[in-house]
Design a protein around this ligand. Sequence first.
Ligand code: SAM
Length: 450
Amino acid sequence: MGLPAALLDQLSGTVGFDRDAFLQSHQDATLPTSIRLNPTKLPSLPYATQPIGWANHGYYLSERPSFTFDPLFHAGTYYVQEASSMLLEQAVKQFLPKDRPLRVLDLCAAPGGKATHLYSLLPPNSFLVANEVIRSRALVLRDNLIRWGVQKALVTQNDPEQFSALENYFDWVTVDAPCSGSGLFRKDPDAIAHWSPGAVQHCSLRQQRIVSAAWQTLRPGGILFYSTCSYSTQENEDISTRLIQEKGARPLLLSLQPAWNITPSSPGYRCWPDKAKGEGFYFCCLQKPVEGEVAMVAKKVRTEKTLSKKEVAIVREWIKEEDDLYFQTQRSIYGWPRLCWDEWHQLIKVLNVIYSGFRVGQIMGDKLVPDHALALSQRLHQGIPLVSLTVEEAILYLQRKPLSLAERVEKGWCIAAYQQHPLGWINILSSRVNNYYPKELRILKESLTD
Ligand code: SAM
């Protein structure tokens, strides 16, 4: 792998950079594949695994299986994520307050690795705003959060500067910034051709703009988690140091086990692939000075159209008893946590919200047509029948192909499940089974060898 000479020159003198070991780690073809389990869906995996020290549900796999053909992947029981990125968990565990509900933002969230991780670590009654500026990527982020089964999250598609309406608002902001990507060269050698000192400079300026917006929306005493998958100091330590010098940010020191081989690089930390078992990564935790006003929790607001008693009764037949209220927009019904009701009504006025809470479905006549998101959420009513599929049937289901299950189940709406984990809806009629797996999510490949 021919690494750019200009990158190697830039890195000489950087804390922890060992040129020979670094070059060697880029010649080694066996890259660690890693996943993070969903604590609300914990699957029993068919793969040999080894725990990742810094993430409770993180595992290295001994080989890279076909995730596309694993129904457990589509059920949202795990997320395929690079191990170094899971260090977010140490920052959250060591610095995020646990004694109160929090407002948390992931400003550059697609495709959703850190957003799903962050969501799983939040204290009760907190909520996450997962934002992505690029529309197509925001839709992927939404789908990944739905698969993860989130209920207390908003997905937004906004430029970071549009968060200025929410000054001093969030308790925690993650900025996993767009970067020059040198930390992922081992996984994506094609990216080497796009790297240049000019690209680093361009990314650095963009990162300054993004963190400045993030800083504004952070409440006094709130915490910024800043990270990149670049090795360049201009995109890492320089960005963090500016916040310290210009905004009075306080760097927070993490306690990390020596065996993990993470390199402290003031004011943050670096993962070098020849030391820590993962790809290149920089991260830093900065606290905003505590003086200043925190943006207030919203007062009661005038709500949009709410459901009638009759409609609520229809919806309740499908949902586990929880303290949710229902919000309706463009005929779709969404469940929102009662505690977030007023606050989210304010947020939808200032942000471009593309998904909120969990989508329940649409009422047609006096019946609910349930949504895919409800099937994957933790809110599904226990009384809804579940049809256990074999692995072959599950693949057919995920390819949106016809299934013949007629003898096995009652008529009506059922959950298609694999190893008890819901994959989506089927509707059993007397003559056929209607497959309701969303067309845009279906597996397009015919087989593993396609
Ligand atoms: N945090 C994500 C995860 O863990 O899955 C990965 C985020 S990726 C490194 C950076 C994201 O920033 C991309 O999704 C990219 O589309 C987005 N982005 C690009 N330009 C941006 C900008 N000007 N402001 C904010 N985000 C931007």
